[in-house]
Design a protein around this ligand. Sequence first.
Ligand code: NAP
Length: 303
Amino acid sequence: MNGKETVAFIGLGIMGLPMSLNLIKAGYPLAVYNRTRSKTEALAEQGARVAGSPAEAARGASTVIVMVSDSPDVEEVVLGKGGVIEGVQEGAVVIDMSTISPSVTRRVGARLAGRGAAMLDAPVSGSSWAAADGTLSIMVGGEPEVFERSLPVLEAMGKRIIHIGPSGMGQVAKLVNQVMVAGTLAAVCEGLLLGAKAGVDLDKVFQAVTGGAANSWQLENLGSRILKRDFDPGFSVKLMLKDQRLINQAAEEMELPMPASAVARQFFYLLGQRGLGEDGTQSYIKGLEEMAGVIVGGSAEPS
Ligand code: NAP
């Protein structure tokens, strides 16, 4: 594969837009599709071909990247009417970078194989900021030779790119990641809550603990936003609810006790019920604030 081969990109949301811009920067001719067409404008300005359907985007592309929300959405844009499967060329690779169910991944992969196309599951970690910088961590499932062939495209979007195992195993790795993300975020929020209730200077605490054993991506990136009361999404509550469902399904199937994850999930349900689905996951603090009657950081009232 070289930089001259056309890549199709489907799903230009918070993640897909910066990822596709990085592919253009790396010299790949790009065809793009987004359900809400207005989001293709920035790409069109950069020379991307805007397609009217996933099938039309996939036509003539050697790699087709999908970055949509949930399992049914991947099934719709790949297997549905006007989907990738109607336009994909024999020998092409479909790389699904959305976070979805491992079993749906395998089902979609089997259908594509029937058309002579390969599939990789390649979910990512690192937020929209890492997507913009091209420094995502990418966890890949699929055939090793397809992974090798697709590395140059993945390297345009990510920094740490690991072949985890066969089809679906990239998605399993991402579930592991999300268990750790949710648990760490819960601990960060409870620590900040304790500090706020005790009246300590949280900016000073933040400086101190980010230099010690409690530091984490969640603390550095989301703890700092909580202190500024910035609840804009890098990763939205509604997508975390989707990931919590996937984690819960996996745990149920394996009858796996995951008590801390169960508590964190209840909090995300609470945020969903409060209509905070579009907020960033750092809104976890709002559930705690409501229960404890204390506000963490900033000077604003909790919203
Ligand atoms: P987002 O901003 O909500 O964007 C979702 C994209 O998918 C939009 O382009 C949306 O189109 C499209 N889409 C959804 N359902 C569709 C359907 N049925 N048919 C066609 N298009 C559909 O989400 P995001 O934050 O970019 O996340 C995308 C994926 O990456 C998710 O699986 C998420 O879990 C994962 N992820 C996100 C982050 C993060 O920090 N945000 C980090 C790691 C992984 P419209 O524009 O028309 O709505």
